[in-house]
Design a protein around this ligand. Structure first.
Ligand code: NAX
Length: 346
């Protein structure tokens, strides 16, 4: 474990002169690709705002501690005024001590020959203990965003080990898919992406996800009306969003990192900032049976918030086509849940 003094001469956590107490933010897998983009954005104030000092608590596995040490040195070298302290550790207790935001990025990627069930079980061994450590050591206001794949089910596992933390504090990340979908719609319509709203990702962060173009808007009008090409929406649009991660690996030789880090920032901002009129945010949250989705799945849904509490958007309708797509992604999540049942304590 190492505690790094804050950059810019601010000194340790204890000498911080700001009137606002620092918020502790934990990032797991902090020496990885996403971490390398994400940490600098958090420390610069893009996650929690320009007036909020931050303590970064960075978790890695032992073999990556050297690399993490280098990242911490670079954070120092940025002299971020808001960065009160950086703590690097391979111990769960230290990583989650007093944290208000647990951003669970680190996980074990799928390797050749590995079945999805193997992957789920390996990651279960990571996310179960992390959930328990969050419950034992985090701040009372902790919120958890799971990014490491398979993120919906990893979130389910973490939560099962932290039953005392309320359901509305658990999220897994579908925001990158939302952003991808918004860009595709904007490009097709020939408008700035800021004109696209209410595009939500339903279900799993996987190739079965359903980007709901039916309820999306472009310039305030229904997206299907503006696009005027139902065949494209039902075909190429959906597959482009579903397969985007694979295409990026193909082109870049590495998986999405900067865009994923950007989506982490967007996800947290969408939880703490009131949702604009006529819009929604995509987050995978614990289902309570909304839209007939089985209870207790971590399911991608459209969410709105006043900045303090959030709700799933109600009253949306779906065509038979959309209902079938949602059924497919629901089935996949049910299968994943069944594969990790032994890790859920039930
Ligand atoms: P990297 O392999 O670059 O980094 C992962 C890091 O996690 C490594 O440094 C590793 O040492 C660390 N790690 C492994 N086990 C750990 C443990 N038990 N505790 C703490 N750290 C641990 O992957 P990266 O590109 O950063 O991606 C991280 C995760 O995000 C992957 O699971 C990836 O599949 C997932 N993604 C999720 C996305 C989403 O939209 N939900 C999109 C991007 C990304 O694919």
């Amino acid at each position: 474990m190492a505690i790094w003094p804050a950059a810019g001469g601010a000194g340790s956590l204890w000498t911080m002169t700001s009137a606002t107490s620092p918020v502790h933010v934990t990032v797991t897998g902090a020496a990885g690709q996403i971490g390398y983009s994400l940490l600098f954005r958090i420390a610069s104030g893009q996650l929690l705002g320009p007036d909020q000092p931050i303590v970064l608590r960075l978790l890695e596995i032992e073999p990556a501690m050297g690399a993490l040490h280098g990242v911490a040195m670079e954070l120092d070298d940025c002299a971020f005024p808001l960065l009160a302290a950086v703590e690097t550790t391979s111990e769960l207790k230290t990583a989650f001590d007093g944290t208000s935001w647990a951003l669970l990025v680190g996980s074990v990627p799928r390797k050749a020959g590995m079945e999805r069930g193997d992957l789920l079980n390996i990651n279960g061994g990571i996310f179960g203990p992390q959930g328990a450590a969050i419950a034992s050591h985090a701040a009372p206001d902790v919120r958890v965003l799971v990014v490491g794949n398979p993120c919906n089910t990893n979130c389910l596992i973490a939560r099962a080990h932290a039953p005392e933390i309320p359901d509305d504090r658990w999220f897994s990340m579908t925001r990158l898919d939302q952003n991808r979908a918004a860009s595709q719609l904007a490009q097709r319509a020939g408008v700035p992406v800021s004109e696209v709203a209410s595009i939500a990702i339903w279900g799993n962060h996987s190739s079965t996800q359903f980007p709901d173009f039916e309820n999306a808007t472009i310039g305030g009008r229904p997206a299907p009306e503006v696009i005027g090409d139902e065949g494209w929406l039902r075909g190429e649009f959906i597959t482009t969003v579903q397969q985007r991660g694979a295409k990026i690996i193909e082109a870049r030789g590495a998986s999405s990192a900067a865009s994923a880090a950007n989506a982490v920032v967007d996800s947290v901002r969408s939880i703490v900032t009131p949702t604009a009129a006529g819009d929604c945010a995509s987050l995978a949250v614990l289902s309570h049976g909304e839209y007939g989705i089985p209870q207790g799945l971590v399911f991608g849904l459209p969410v709105r918030t006043d900045g303090t509490s959030w709700q799933v958007v109600e009253g949306l309708s779906h065509s038979e086509f959309a209902q079938q797509k949602i059924a497919v992604t629901t089935d996949e999540l049910l299968t994943e849940r069944a594969a990790v049942q032994s890790l859920l304590g039930g």
